[in-house]
Design a binder for this molecule. Structure first.
Ligand code: GLU
Length: 462
């Protein structure tokens, strides 16, 4: 398999933590499968390379606040169900805490902590003046109806309303939540939180519907950011984006926008998999038609049964073959885009992949062991805090527009987003060359340089 042209140095995270001195000092357990410990271990390795002061490593190793809530909601059958929710605020040295809220049946505190820490790094890397947070509610949004979802959303935001605020902590969409849920969050907060005007209180949430102060370009922003990063970085690896072959895991907001926008750049989406199945067409799958199919049916399975093949039985871009998960991963591509949940690319999947670059559109989709194998196989892994930072960047632009009571046109949003993404990609490359490390460590170094400077300027109160 061809190797990306930038040589991939070796410093990958290991299962036996390298920064366990800090873990021991803080009395933290050492479970190698714990996502939070994996993330913090990688961050601390980068902090070691940068020789950040020891007290900063201690600060970053634990979130500032972890809040767990339980609240009852009346379901349509008249019964009450008790729901569990979390909001973790990792760090706010750069600005208000910022990060999405996920609705998923498998939300756990340590995963939310990991995702909050990633938000701290992400905001710093793209230089938006926010800290890092994440929220979650243990609920399957597909298993309850519209009114039940509204009541869960309103009760969740009420349960955490004393720790969030337009200048304190600003939630946004994540897995399982969308602009409608943000509308319910914003409406509930503005009706119940006293210290802001009703209008200004809307800044408490980003990713709102356009009609309620949302920003043009926010819905596609994460996918747009993935494509901006790839357009910036692929040529340096000897891979023009035009004509690149791409496979995508997950075809929700992030996966489907990445597919549609990368197709506009002349790349070909040749395989897609989600929770309903996997499809492949070496001629390329029409990413727009596939997005329509997913919106209608809930998943990629069955794509192309209504339209598609020519009379001679050959594929058009409007159909595809159903394939197994293994066949999906083994499809030869230039770029593989994991855009689903955490930890899906384990050693087995890493062994199956036939790609040159992994662009992490989801948060933490690669296990440390999976990443080590990918690196050994010469695959370049572009880390999530760089690749998927487009969402929070346009969240910041939405917040700025709300603060000034203006709305920008799409061109201004896209151009500003692109500048943040391109500069973040260049910062990462620079750190990689300067410190001769892998891309993930380089992205953490570029993020930590900023955080370290701010801490040294501000000092520790008192
Ligand atoms: N949930 C998204 C992320 O993980 C967006 C966060 C935001 O816009 O605040 O980056």
């Amino acid at each position: 398999m061809a190797k990306a042209s930038i040589a991939a140095p070796t410093a990958a995270p290991t299962a036996d933590f390298q920064t366990s001195g800090v873990f021991d000092e803080l009395g933290m357990e050492r479970d190698p499968n714990n996502l939070y410990l994996q993330v913090i271990d990688s961050v601390l390795q980068a902090a070691d390379i940068l020789e950040l002061p020891h007290h900063l490593k201690l600060i970053l190793a634990q979130p500032k606040n972890e809040v767990m809530v339980h609240f009852p909601v009346r379901m349509n059958d008249g019964d009450y169900r008790l729901f569990k929710g979390y909001r973790v605020q990792h760090n706010n040295v750069l600005g208000p805490y910022k990060g999405g809220v996920r609705f998923h049946p498998d939300v756990h505190l340590d995963d939310v902590k990991a995702l909050a820490a990633l938000m701290t790094m992400k905001c710093s890397l793209v230089r938006v003046p926010f800290g890092g947070a994440k929220g979650g509610c243990k609920v399957d949004p597909r298993a309850i109806d519209h009114d039940e979802l509204m009541r869960v959303s309103r009760r969740f935001i009420t349960a955490i309303s004393n720790i969030i605020g337009p200048d304190t902590d600003i939630p946004a969409p994540d897995v399982g939540t969308n602009a409608q849920v943000m509308a319910w969050f914003a409406d509930t907060y503005t009706n119940t939180a006293g210290s802001y005007s009703r209008h200004d209180a809307m800044r408490v949430v980003t990713g709102k519907p356009l009609e309620m102060g949302g920003s043009l370009g926010r819905e596609k922003a994460t996918g747009q950011g993935v494509v901006d990063v790839l357009a910036e970085m692929l040529p340096g690896m000897g891979l023009p984006i035009e004509g690149a072959r791409v496979s995508i895991l997950g075809y929700g907001n992030v996966g489907s926008w990445t597919g549609r926008l990368i197709e506009e750049k002349g790349a070909r989406v040749v395989a897609v998999m989600d929770h309903t199945g996997a499809i492949r067409n070496d001629e390329g799958i029409d990413a727009v038609l596939l997005a329509e199919h997913v919106a209608e049916t809930g998943g990629v399975a069955g794509f192309g049964t209504a339209h598609g093949r020519t009379k001679t039985g050959r594929h058009t871009q409007a159909d595809a073959d159903a394939v197994t998960a293994e066949e999906f991963y083994r499809t030869p591509v230039d770029v593989f885009v994991p855009a689903a949940l955490e930890q899906m690319i384990d050693v087995e999947k890493a062994g199956w992949l036939e790609c040159k670059v992994v662009a992490e559109a989801a948060n933490a989709p690669t296990t440390p062991q999976g990443e080590r194998l990918l690196q050994a196989r010469g695959v370049e892994v572009l880390p999530a805090i760089l690749c998927n930072a487009g969402g929070v960047t346009v969240s910041y632009l939405e917040w700025v527009q709300n603060k000034q009571s203006v709305s920008w046109d799409l061109e201004r949003v896209d151009t500003t987003l692109n500048k943040h993404m391109v500069l973040a990609a260049r910062r990462t490359l620079l750190a990689r060359h300067r410190y001769e490390c892998d891309m993930r460590t380089a992205a953490y170094i570029a993020a930590l340089e900023n955080i370290g400077k701010v801490y040294s300027l501000r000092g520790i109160f008192p």
